[in-house]
Design a protein around this ligand. Structure first.
Ligand code: AMP
Length: 282
């Protein structure tokens, strides 16, 4: 694996690879890598000749400074995992390399509706920050394929919109959610959960599955109310639990049979914010 800290060196290297006919797959991350990240890497290795992974804890996407301070960091373990999982190129920039000055943080992308719901509503500034860093990373790497996790489903749609606003040809591949044995969606933030809360956290997924199982014969508002009550009684603070159309995240009042649907949830457990979702096919 070759590690680049400077954007211009990486761009030059990748341009040469492209001239030689090699396709580039890109897996952007914030590090503290787990099996979920590695599944993206595996998919990239299957589909592209050269796999690039970036590790950058992007300060502009944290709407809560405390969350940024506490975000898990484990670069030396990450390097080993990347080596073991056939990552070809690591981009490991420092903050100055991405944000040279305050002006570089001021670009705004019009995300429209996507910015007003769910994560956009509860984490103001989060998606603008994601777009800031992704625009820069896409310019530096200019990949043929971009591998993103369904775990952050709304982020996938936001980045899809960004790619179209930038008129880029990059193809986005959304990869399934990897889960721990109890069903908890893998996340770097899980490292901050105590072992008992980690067990409890799997109830978030179980709750979504039980809504899906009871879809026939119940309406969504009923199931939603019951689910929120159950989660709150277990010690979660639920921020949202919504049903939406998969294609554009239009929030739906109730189940519709002929559309691909998704149920999305965000909740705090012991001060740690967890998100999850479940796709429901008609
Ligand atoms: P992060 O480091 O949290 O910014 O995540 C980097 C990428 O890994 C994003 O595209 C995430 O959606 C994806 N990812 C995070 N957790 C999982 C998971 N449990 N399964 C699959 N992909 C994931």
């Amino acid at each position: 694996m070759i590690t680049f800290k400077l954007a211009k060196d990486l761009t030059k290297y990748l341009q040469k690879q492209k001239q030689n006919g090699n396709s580039i797959g890109f897996v952007p991350t914030m590090g503290a890598l787990h099996e979920g990240h590695l599944s993206l890497l595996k998919k990239s290795n299957e589909m592209s000749k050269v796999t690039v992974c970036s590790i950058f804890v992007n300060p502009t996407q944290f709407n809560n400074p405390e969350d940024l301070k506490k975000y898990p960091r484990s670069v030396s373990e990450d390097l080993l995992l990347l080596e073991e999982n056939r990552c070809d190129v690591l981009f490991l920039p420092d903050e100055k390399e991405i944000y040279a000055d305050e002006k570089s943080k001021q670009k705004h992308f019009d995300l429209g509706y996507l910015e007003t719901i769910l994560e956009g509503k509860f984490r103001p500034g989060h998606f603008p920050g994601v777009c800031l860093v992704m625009e820069k990373l896409l310019k530096i790497v200019n990949p043929e394929f971009l591998f993103l996790g369904q775990k952050d489903f709304q982020q996938c749609l936001v980045i899809q919109k960004l790619v179209s606003l930038l008129h880029k040809a990059t193809k986005i591949i959304i990869c399934p959610i990897l889960r721990e044995p109890g069903g908890l969606a893998m996340s770097s933030r899980n490292l901050r959960l105590s072992s008992s809360n980690r067990k409890l956290a799997s109830q978030l997924h179980q709750t979504l599955v039980s809504i899906e199982n009871r879809m026939d014969g119940h309406n969504f508002p009923q199931l939603k109310e019951q689910a929120i009550n159950d989660l709150e009684n277990m010690g979660f603070q639920v921020e949202y639990l919504e049903l939406a159309r998969k294609t554009d995240l239009q929030i739906l009042p109730d189940f519709k049979v002929k559309e691909d649907l998704i149920i999305l949830v965000a909740a705090f457990l012991a001060g740690i914010r967890l998100i999850d979702n479940l796709l429901i096919n008609p």
